[in-house]
Ligand binder design. Structure first.
Ligand code: APR
Length: 247
């Protein structure tokens, strides 16, 4: 890490992107692995605005089951989540964590500088007042908005296919500024997240590293790609970073 570069970078020196793979060893299913969520249910039936318009009860039931699972007490952050929280603690203000995941495992591990680009399972948004609120119980057509009290106007605050992810301007600015882009546990199948490595390579200057169980669709675009379990690779990589400093 040369000092001149350090002085220039005004944003986070390290941008970390996570996907469902980082939560897999905590007991949450991924989407595209053999037993993944999209092998059990069609995303067109539960994860698009059209699906919600067509059959809101079915969409509510899909997310109610996932919310109950997350809150069951058996799902806890794993060593990969805690390693990223440690990195942020040791290098305050230098790490931005962007997750595609809608679970709350990064928060529970202690990460704070965190952007949920696909929203959050434990939040609801009101279609009448656009108010966002914490939501920890089942949601259905009788659920009332805690801000405007309207009934039946709530949806889970999750970004569905065909909708614009959250926080994109901040994310893209951070990608151009960063010195290190670390992608963990994502198949690189869904844009815009799948294009972040190209953003860094073409617009930025950062070193790019992928830690994933298997080669992703974008592995060849990274300077470095390691295959393995997140709970082994991430703590080891964080140890190395803290010892040597970002490349
Ligand atoms: N350690 C590391 N990587 C793992 C592990 C593990 N224990 N288990 C699975 N993986 C890897 C898989 O090899 C796969 O490449 O994690 C990746 C998960 O890929 P997906 O299931 O496609 O999940 P993700 O990349 O997060 O999906 C992106 O697609 O369906 C939408 O909105 C949804 O946010 C999601 C987005």
């Amino acid at each position: 890490m040369n000092d001149a570069r350090r002085n220039k970078s005004s944003g986070s020196r390290i941008v970390v992107l996570t996907g469902a793979g980082i939560s897999q060893e905590s007991g949450l299913s991924t989407f595209r692995d053999a037993d993944g969520i999209w092998s059990q249910v069609r995303l067109e039936d539960v994860a698009t605005p059209e699906a919600f318009d067509r059959d809101p009860a079915r969409v509510h039931a899909f997310y109610n089951a996932r919310r109950a699972g997350l809150l069951s007490g058996e799902i806890i952050p794993n060593a990969a989540h805690t390693a990223l929280a440690r990195l942020e603690r040791e290098w305050p203000g230098e790490v931005l964590l962007v997750t595609q995941n809608i679970d709350n495992l990064h928060e529970r591990a202690g990460s704070q500088n965190l952007l949920h680009m696909h929203g959050e399972l434990l939040k609801a948004r009101c279609l009448d007042c656009d108010g966002v609120q914490d939501w920890l119980q089942d949601m259905d057509l009788s659920s009332a908005c805690s801000q405007c009290q309207s009934v039946g106007s709530l949806r889970v605050d999750v970004v569905w296919f065909g909708e614009m992810p959250y926080h994109m301007p901040d994310i893209l600015a951070a990608l151009v500024e960063c010195d290190l882009f670390l992608s963990i546990g994502t198949s690189g199948a869904v844009y815009p997240a799948a294009g972040f490595v190209e953003e860094v390579r073409h617009q930025g200057r950062g070193h790019t590293v992928e830690l994933n169980m298997e080669p992703s669709e974008g592995s060849r675009l990274f300077h470095e790609a390691q295959q393995g379990r997140a709970t082994e690779l991430v703590p080891r990589y964080v140890e190395r970073l803290l010892a040597d400093g970002p490349p």
